[in-house]
Design a protein around this ligand. Structure first.
Ligand code: G1P
Length: 299
């Protein structure tokens, strides 16, 4: 059973980034040297995905344009002899087949995934929530696909979080199968810490069996009045097994302004071209501004 399709959800309002996201999709915000969504696209390609389905919405046209050809720009770069840039620009539209489907009403993550049903068809697929980035990049999803194939079930990526953070995530009730692999026996979307069945939180990568669509169709609005993928998975596990993979390494959340800034810094510091210079700049910045402020707040 090969996994050949991926779904990337990119239909949200990006409310936390308003007013920037009034006319600019959140998924097109730059992270060091490319837009946020390109990290998920590249991860999918590295996993051998042949077709990417991006779920978009109104005012997300910039995503389609970005992965499309731009004949005028290409001509201009050609005339200027900018062959390096020309190659970069052309590469974007030749990476992989991408198709788009619009979520017409923003009714939640579960509803966004359901929008891709016809394009996915009757086969397993990888779901990427592009705000979430992983230090280990595609290794996380590759391992999840292996688990899906070995155990014949859906797989979610999980990470242990502090008790104070469980209400921000889907939380699983785990039954340990082997090192880093759990069978999911229950799951709750954004529970109160007193109700959380564990501190294993779902992070934005899923390998899903197509049966999830039938469950999504039956799932009523849940937490925050939205159709929640977590609720559909809770139904799914009554008929088909769902596993969790506790991945290694960091996970970054670029979905809030502060998280975006932290992710940018973490990725930039790891980048061999700009990391060393940035480190020095940050060091000087901290020495000259933050410290004196703390020592003498009045000025
Ligand atoms: C979504 C899911 C949640 C998951 C989280 C990971 O929530 O509903 O189960 O833990 O992504 O980032 P959101 O962040 O869209 O509110």
């Amino acid at each position: 059973m090969r996994v050949k399709k991926a779904v990337i959800t990119a239909a949200g309002w990006g409310m936390r980034f308003l007013p920037i996201t009034k006319s600019q999709p959140k998924e097109m915000l730059p992270l060091v040297d490319k837009p946020l969504i390109q990290y998920s696209v590249e991860e999918a390609i590295a996993c051998g995905i042949e077709l990417i389905i991006i779920v978009t919405a109104q005012s997300k046209r910039a995503i389609e344009d970005y992965f499309d050809r731009s004949p005028e720009l290409e001509r201009a770069l050609e005339q200027k002899g900018e062959t390096g840039l020309l190659e970069k620009v052309r590469h974007l539209c030749n990476m992989v087949d991408i198709c788009y489907v619009r979520q017409k009403e923003q009714l939640g993550l579960g509803h966004a995934v359901l929008t891709a049903k016809r394009m996915v068809g009757d086969e397993p697929f990888i779901l990427f929530l592009p705000d979430d980035l992983f230090e280990q990049r595609e290794t996380v999803v590759k391992n999840m696909v292996d688990i899906c194939q070995n155990y014949q079930g859906s797989v979610v990526a999980v990470k242990r979080v502090d008790e104070s953070e469980v209400s921000r995530y889907g939380i699983i009730q785990p039954d340990k199968v082997s090192e880093r692999i759990f069978k999911v026996t229950d799951l709750l979307e954004k529970p109160h810490p007193s109700e959380a069945p564990s501190n294993l939180a779902i992070m934005g990568r899923y390998v899903l069996m197509p049966e999830v669509f039938a469950m999504l169709e039956k799932t009523p609005p849940g937490r925050n009045g939205e159709i929640q993928l977590t609720d559909a998975l809770k139904r799914l596990l009554q008929q088909h097994p769902v596993y969790a993979y506790e991945f290694e390494g960091e996970r970054y959340d670029a979905g809030t302004p502060v998280g975006w800034l932290e992710t940018t810094l973490a990725l930039a510091l790891k980048n061999p071209d700009i990391g060393p210079g940035l480190r020095e700049y940050l060091y000087t910045l901290l020495k000259t501004s933050a410290h004196p402020f703390r020592e003498n707040p009045s000025g």
